[in-house]
Design a protein around this ligand. Structure first.
Ligand code: ADP
Ligand code: ADP
Length: 232
């Protein structure tokens, strides 16, 4: 579903080059929940942001569902990105828009009809358990509820891939459990491929099929969760 080939990412900071990713080769299978774990500064954010080209790799290919995203024109990339939803640590909701409008936003961007949008938003509210909260604003919701809105919004255009950037790091342990359960249910129900980054081992243990350990911009270990975490 996702293949990263020879991916390198350098940031230019005050004329100096910082290598965030050295040489990443990685394949993530369709329908799998894949975790990337590593310390702060290891390259997790850069790696996940390269998958949808929020960061443009300095070198290498990013192939999602058979398409090399690094070779697309800006308008082709915009279309391809509908296949890739993303959720964030701090939710990134529009604070002046209702929950309904937050979820409708990507559907309006992709020019769906009014009735289509209405049906989709109601289905998504139902899916994430927020059917009674459509008219509220983000500030009226708990952290866990905000992340549910983030998930609903990310799923609006029926993506094949969901990227989760430290999606539970701002949540307490019980809320984290419920969000991970929701992600796991969505993975099973919709067959969605999920890629998540985290610095917390328990998150990986909870829902991931396989894990890659990243350190210094390189994948230093890769395999099924039980095998990787058995190693001392
Ligand atoms: P994380 O929580 O994954 O460790 P960071 O705090 O490293 O995230 O980064 C948060 C944001 O700041 C990201 O968008 C990242 O690209 C950006 N960022 C991280 N390090 C730097 C830096 N040295 N200079 C500029 N931006 C940075
Ligand atoms: P992590 O998510 O594992 O904390 P990041 O991908 O945020 O790691 O960062 C990897 C390296 O790249 C760090 O040295 C960080 O400072 C640097 N970095 C990340 N984003 C930026 C940016 N936008 N500009 C400059 N340097 C960055």
């Amino acid at each position: 579903m996702i293949t990263l080939q020879n991916v390198r990412k350098d940031y230019l900071v005050e004329k100096k080059s910082i290598t965030a990713l050295k040489k990443i080769d990685l394949t993530i299978e369709r329908g799998e929940v894949f975790g990337i774990i590593g310390h702060s500064g290891a390259g997790k954010s850069t790696l996940i942001r390269c998958i949808n080209l929020l960061e443009k790799p300095t070198m290498g290919s990013i192939i999602v569902d058979g398409q090399d995203l690094t070779r697309l024109s800006p308008s082709q990339l915009q279309t391809a990105r509908r296949e890739i939803g993303m959720i964030f640590q701090h939710f990134n909701l529009l604070s002046s828009a209702t929950i309904y409008e937050n979820i409708a936003f990507p559907l309006r961007l992709s020019k769906r009809s009014k009735s289509e949008i209405d049906k989709k938003v109601r289905d998504l509210l139902e899916l994430v358990g927020l059917a009674d909260h459509a008219k509220k604003y983000p500030a009226q919701l708990s952290g866990g509820q905000k992340q549910r809105v983030g998930i609903a919004r990310a799923l609006a255009n029926d993506p094949k891939v969901l990227l989760c950037d430290e999606a539970t790091s701002a949540l307490d342990p019980m809320t984290t459990q419920s969000i991970l359960k929701l992600l796991s249910d969505i993975n099973k129900k919709l067959g969605l491929t999920i890629v998540l980054i985290t610095h917390e081992m328990h998150v990986i243990r909870e829902i991931c099929d396989r894990v890659g350990v990243i350190d210094g911009g390189e994948i230093v270990e890769l395999g099924p969760v039980a095998e990787v975490f058995l190693n001392p």
